[in-house]
Design a protein around this ligand. Structure first.
Ligand SMILES: Cc1cc2nc3c(=O)[nH]c(=O)nc-3n(C[C@H](O)[C@H](O)[C@H](O)COP(=O)(O)OP(=O)(O)OC[C@H]3O[C@@H](n4cnc5c(N)ncnc54)[C@H](O)[C@@H]3O)c2cc1C
Ligand SMILES: NC(=O)c1ccc[n+]([C@@H]2O[C@H](COP(=O)([O-])OP(=O)(O)OC[C@H]3O[C@@H](n4cnc5c(N)ncnc54)[C@H](OP(=O)(O)O)[C@@H]3O)[C@@H](O)[C@H]2O)c1
Length: 272
């Protein structure tokens, strides 16, 4: 045997539970979306969230909860993210590029799932800001249209530009070869702004309480026999919407106890 030295291969160190970034799109200076490879063994229900992150400066993983924005059938995973200027994770995550790795803990959980709701006629998806993310998954999930006659997507942001990710996603549905036909004319999209002029304005809460959204869409007032809802926004938004839904006679459900609506926080804290 000759004693020639093997060439040294300096492979990039792999992160634990590493997945590779396949695309990144910046929507505004505060919002971006990205897609990563999907672990072959990862099974999840559309609407659930996982922990994702990067390696922190201390050498420990820096992880945060993220709704999976892609549907359960997608070969990749998509995420829709805020950029918090001094946020421990997103101050770094906003700079990821195609080919980079992120950490993804493959343990999906969450309450914004079909199993947590009793059968109904109409499904209301109510969100603000990045609270749209779990609904980006559910809007591409065939079960959403198989289970309901009508699906109403209400999304409110301060400014028009912050609606762009949701708008593009909704527009893409009719051309989607897998679910385009299923969606048909079942989906009613109701985006609004609160701080910049737009064709429809006002908080989700105000538009529900005043009855404006029912009048605009030609729908009856929400009732516990026909209507089901999923809610995802800041804590204040969730609390206020919950009170309104309860006022319509709907009750909050859970995975173990399906009822008429379910709620999940889009983030922890009061806002940036
Ligand atoms: C169940 C669950 C699901 C989540 N899903 C998503 C998701 O799909 N996309 C996403 O961007 N974030 C999501 N978050 C928030 C996410 O976990 C992080 O908080 C966010 O990525 C910011 O991380 P950070 O370390 O940069 O700052 P953090 O220290 O985590 O947050 C700093 C502050 O920024 C504000 N903030 C954090 N996240 C948001 C947000 N999304 N919108 C507005 N203000 C925010 C809060 O005031 C928070 O106190 C989710 C949180 C929970 C609990
Ligand atoms: N630095 C920046 O450029 C910048 C820009 C925007 C936001 N921010 C900060 O980022 C944080 C998160 O922003 P965000 O836009 O994701 O979330 P947000 O401030 O909670 O607002 C998102 C939308 O939800 C509405 N809303 C807020 N509370 C509500 C409630 N209780 N019931 C019904 N509707 C409610 C808001 O309406 P209203 O407009 O009526 O409140 C707004 O249209 C905020 O705290 C904000 O201060 C920073």
């Amino acid at each position: 045997m000759s004693a020639t030295a093997e060439p040294t291969i300096t492979a990039k160190p792999h992160l634990p539970d590493a997945q590779t970034v396949t695309s990144v799109k910046h929507w505004t200076d505060r919002l971006f979306s990205f897609r990563v490879s999907r672990p072959k063994t990862l099974r999840f229900r559309s609407g659930e969230f996982v922990m994702i992150g990067l390696m922190g400066d201390t050498g420990k993983p820096l992880l945060r909860a993220y709704s999976i924005a892609s549907p359960a059938w997608d070969e990749e995973l998509e995420f829709y993210s805020i950029k918090v200027p001094d946020g421990p994770l997103t101050s770094k995550l906003q700079h990821i590029k195609v080919g980079d790795e992120i950490i993804l803990r493959p343990k999906p959980v969450g309450t914004l799932v079909h199993d947590a709701l009793l059968p109904g006629k109409r499904l209301w998806l109510l969100s603000t800001g990045t609270g749209f993310a779990p609904f980006a998954s559910l809007l591409r999930e065939p079960e959403t249209y198989e289970k309901y006659d009508q699906v109403i997507m209400m999304h409110t942001c301060r400014e028009v530009a912050e609606l762009a990710y949701g708008q593009a996603l909704v527009e893409s549905l009719s051309d989607d070869p897998l679910i385009g036909e299923l969606v048909g004319d079942k989906l009613r999209y109701y985006p609004t702004t609160t701080r910049e002029p737009f064709h429809h304005m006002g908080r989700v809460t105000d538009n529900l309480q005043s009855g404006k959204v029912f009048a605009d869409l030609g729908l009856p007032k929400m009732n516990p026999e026909e209507d089901r809802a999923m809610v995802c926004g800041s804590l204040a938004f969730n609390v206020d919407v919950k009170a309104i839904l309860e006022g319509f006679g709907l009750h909050e459900g859970a995975n173990s106890d399906p009822k008429q609506f379910v709620v999940e926080k889009a983030f922890v804290g009061d806002g940036i």
